[in-house]
Design a protein around this ligand. Structure first.
Ligand code: LLP
Length: 418
């Protein structure tokens, strides 16, 4: 369900031929579809219309300002995890009352900045952090809103690196400890503990783990109510899975049908923090074939994009479909690998890939989330440009880095070298 498809054997994004973009902007190149991006936001908003949640797009998925702005202009809020993301949120003109802030390791400086901006609330992940925010809030003579992130101890059935809701994960506070904290909430005189937060993991394709976690937390809301603890917000996190290959993830509609009745019963204002669902299938990475290398064991397609541009296959063994920009009928088993000096630098392994030639272009699909945002300069590679397509127009939304960017902050102090 996205706006990338073939027309007369050429791959298009909306009304733009991708090969034209590859030639104009060079490769590796990230290309996004405005229609897919905003369409996924709208899908969620309309599926949950009855309860009108605040949808805080998770900035970490793809933090380009144009992407943030496209969403905040539609009424989205933002889910941030650092001072840097707070800075981006402001640059994208997101009203502070639509910003929620999670992370197990917020620094004093980050906490100060977010309190001063007057964000909607912090998602607090430990007692120590709660005490620290209370202290900082007091020093600023403020009352700061916080939600307690609950670790509901449910299995999200996803990659172990992106499971966050088990008690063996570093995230959130277990129910018992949260209960104790909430009963002594009056001791935190500079805090308004007004909500609960859960986020059980990412790329979750079934509804069952969400339902289980929400049931647990709603029961908890009921228990608290009976003890006189009234809350206002329930933040259900992100985690909705998308199609990378042959997954059949729940749609926004099914997700809403399963969880909306549970959410309504809580009577709380609902916040959600989707990242991948909105950005994932709205972007691709275009890369050019540099060499074809046949070894006694394998065929390698060596491309100009690498794990520094898109790390998901190397880091999680993630599957991304790979399509030629010019359709080729025949396929052949190959590894698609980058130029980086690591054997983990691959986009596909032993997969039937279109029989491309040197100079041809390939599109690594579903690269809109956790693609550019996890990119690095490893091997001193300038990061790719990013382009947003809307209809027949293509807009540059991030310039390609140049070699000077690589050394911009480096110093060779006089007197050091002898
Ligand atoms: N809220 C919290 C508190 C989170 O930690 C995350 C993601 C989200 C929301 C958004 O989750 P989403 O809707 O995108 O699943 N780099 C990994 C994914 C890491 C997810 C981290 N937290 C990947 O490439 O698969």
């Amino acid at each position: 369900m996205h706006d990338f498809g073939y027309r007369k054997n050429s791959l298009y994004c909306e009304g733009v031929k991708l090969e034209d973009l590859a030639k104009k902007f060079a490769t590796p190149l990230y290309v996004y579809s405005y229609h897919t991006l905003t369409g996924h936001y709208e899908k969620l908003a309309s599926a949950f219309k009855r309860i009108n949640p605040l949808i805080c797009y998770s900035v970490k998925a793809n933090s380009n300002l144009a992407i943030l702005r496209a969403l905040t202009a539609r009424g989205a809020g933002l889910d941030i995890v650092s001072g840097g993301e707070l800075f981006r949120a402001q640059k994208a003109r997101c009203p502070a009352c639509r910003i929620v802030y999670a992370s197990v390791g917020k620094t004093d400086r980050e906490i100060y900045a977010a309190i001063k901006k007057g964000i909607l609330f912090f998602n607090v992940e430990s007692l120590a952090e709660l005490e620290n925010i209370n202290r900082i809030s007091g020093s600023l003579r403020k009352i700061t809103r916080v939600a307690i992130r609950i670790n509901p101890d449910v299995e999200a059935k996803t990659h172990k690196y992106i499971t966050t809701g088990k008690l063996t994960n570093k995230f959130g506070i277990d129910l018992k400890s949260a209960y104790r904290i909430l009963l002594r909430r009056a001791e935190f005189s500079h805090l308004d503990i007004c909500g609960l937060h859960i986020h059980i993991g990412s790329q979750i394709t079934q509804s069952a783990p969400f339902v289980e976690a929400i049931k647990k937390v709603s029961r908890f809301v009921g228990e608290l109510k009976s003890k006189g603890v009234e809350l206002k917000y329930l933040n259900i996190g992100g985690g909705l899975g998308i199609v990378y290959d042959r997954e059949e993830p729940q749609t926004a509609q099914i997700y809403a049908e399963r969880i909306m009745p549970l959410l309504e019963k809580t009577g709380l204002r609902i916040i959600m923090e989707p990242g991948r669902f909105i950005a994932g299938n709205s972007g691709i990475l275009i890369t050019r074939v540099l060499y074809i290398k046949n070894t006694p064991k394998k065929k390698f397609i060596i491309v100009d994009g690498g794990m520094n541009d898109l790390v998901r296959p190397a880091l999680y063994g993630a599957h991304h479909n790979i399509l030629p920009l010019r359709a080729v009928a025949k396929k052949e088993k190959a590894d698609v690998v980058g130029p980086i000096c690591e054997s983990g630098d691959f986009f596909a392994k032993e997969r039937p890939i279109a029989r491309v030639q040197e100079g041809d272009y390939l599109a690594v699909m579903s690269a809109g989330a956790y693609g550019f945002s996890m990119s690095s300069n490893y091997n001193s590679r300038p990061r790719p440009a990013e382009v947003m397509v809307s209809g027949k127009k293509a807009f540059l939304i991030r310039k390609r880095e140049i070699p000077a960017d690589l050394v911009r902050n480096e110093l060779v102090p006089e007197g050091l070298i002898r």
